[in-house]
Write a protein that binds this ligand. Structure first.
Ligand SMILES: [Zn+2]
Length: 166
């Protein structure tokens, strides 16, 4: 399945949400949940600054879907996200039976950038979504938004590292 103009619109919103998260002091990740016909149902961004490192938007959207959508509608839905699901979020997505995922940057890309900047290793391995939730259709990376997300993650890295001027 190719990426459509509707897909790109939702991905653009994910990048905006990641920026909003950054501006609020959160890690820059944003996600959108849309129906099979492309209508946005819900959106969220990372909310881990309070100390709960499980407050990822993809996890929140999976739980929202479980509470508010029929199994059939979940199966036809798409989750768009600025960064590939972590294993926790891939598992949540798989358990609630959501459909396709489209991400801007892969976990491998982000890990590679952060390693290059000298960031500490994450406590969870950056497994591809397919290794955790093999029934999910996955698309990405999306080159149109990669540079914007790399720049934003660099700003986040500099902020955490205490570099001034970021
Ligand atoms: Zn996650």
């Amino acid at each position: 399945m190719a990426v459509s103009g509707t897909d790109l619109g939702h991905l653009r919103r994910c990048v905006e949400l990641a920026h909003e998260a950054y501006e609020k002091g959160e890690e820059p990740f944003g996600s959108v949940l849309a129906t099979a016909d492309g209508t946005k149902l819900a959106e969220d961004h990372n909310r881990t600054s309070g100390g709960d490192e499980t407050r990822h938007p993809e996890f929140e959207l999976a739980r929202w879907a479980a509470a508010n959508m029929t199994p059939q509608d979940r199966a036809g839905a798409t989750v768009y996200t600025s960064g590939e699901h972590c294993p926790m979020c891939s598992a949540a997505h798989g358990w609630v039976g959501l459909g396709r995922i489209v991400y801007v940057v892969s976990a491998a890309q982000l890990t590679g950038w952060r390693d290059g900047w000298g960031a500490p290793s994450a406590p969870v391995r950056p497994l591809p979504i397919e290794e955790v939730a093999p029934l999910v259709t996955v698309e990405g990376p999306i080159p149109e938004f990669e540079d914007a997300m790399k720049a934003l993650h660099r700003r986040q890295f500099d902020r955490v590292a205490g570099v001034t001027g970021s």
